[in-house]
Write a protein that binds this ligand. Sequence first.
Ligand code: CDP
Length: 232
Amino acid sequence: MQKITIAIDGYSACGKSTLAKALAAHLHYTYADSGAMYRCITLYALRKGVIKDGSFLEEEIVKLLPEIKLSFKFNPDTKSSDTFLNGENVEKDIRQMVVSENVSQVSAIHQVRVHMIAIQRELGKNRGIVMDGRDIGSNVFPDAELKLFMISDTEIRTQRRFDEIKAKGLHHVSYSDVKVNLLSRDHEDTHRRENPLVQAKDAIVLDNSDLTREEQLEFVVKLVTDLTLSES
Ligand code: CDP
C-alpha cells in the first residue's frame, strides 16, 4: 500500500504524541516529534547558560545551532523513539518544566525555525511518516495527504500532562503550574509572527476530550485506510 505523510497539529498536551506514536507503530511508519526538537535546542541553551531567568539573546542561541546534533532511536521497552542530543538520551530531560517554560520563546526565533524545518523535511522526504507539532500541516508538509488538528478540553489536557510529569518522577510540579504553562504556550504559539499554530484549511478536527486512546486510533486508522485505498 502506498505510504502517505500524516501531519498532526494542535495545542499543548492534546495527546498528539500519544496518537502519533500509536499510529506510526500500527502503520509501520516513522514517528517524528517536532516539539522534541525545539525542546532539545532549549535544553542545550539552558545547559550552556545562554538562557538565564527566562531571558536570553537570540543571537547567542543561533550561534549554538551548529553544535547541536539531533537523532531519534527506537526504544524497545517503551516501543517508541527516544530523542538524542549529541548522542545523549535526553527523552526525560527535555520534558522538565524549565524546558517547557522557555521552549515557546526559543521556537519563535527565525533561524531556529529555518534550521528545524529543514531537518523535518529531510526526515519526511520519503513519506511514510507521522509528524506532530504546531505547523506541520500548515507549513512543514503543506502537501501531507492527511492533516489532523487535535483539540481537547483544558482541564483534561492539564490532568493528562500532570499525570505524565508525576510518572516521570518530577514531584515538585503542581497542577496549577502545568495549567499556567499550557495556557501560556498556547498563547505564544498562536500569536507568534512566524509559523504560528493554525488549523490548516484541509485539516480534520479531532476533539479527543471524551475518546479513549483506542477510539482515537481506530478513528484515524479508518481515515488512513480510506485515503490509501482511494489513492491506489
Ligand atoms: O507536548 P506538548 O504538546 O506540550 O509540546 P511539544 O509538542 O513538545 O512542543 C513544545 C513547544 O515547541 C511548543 O509549545 C511550541 O512552542 C514549539 N513547537 C513549535 O513551535 N513548532 C512545532 N512544530 C512543534 C513545537
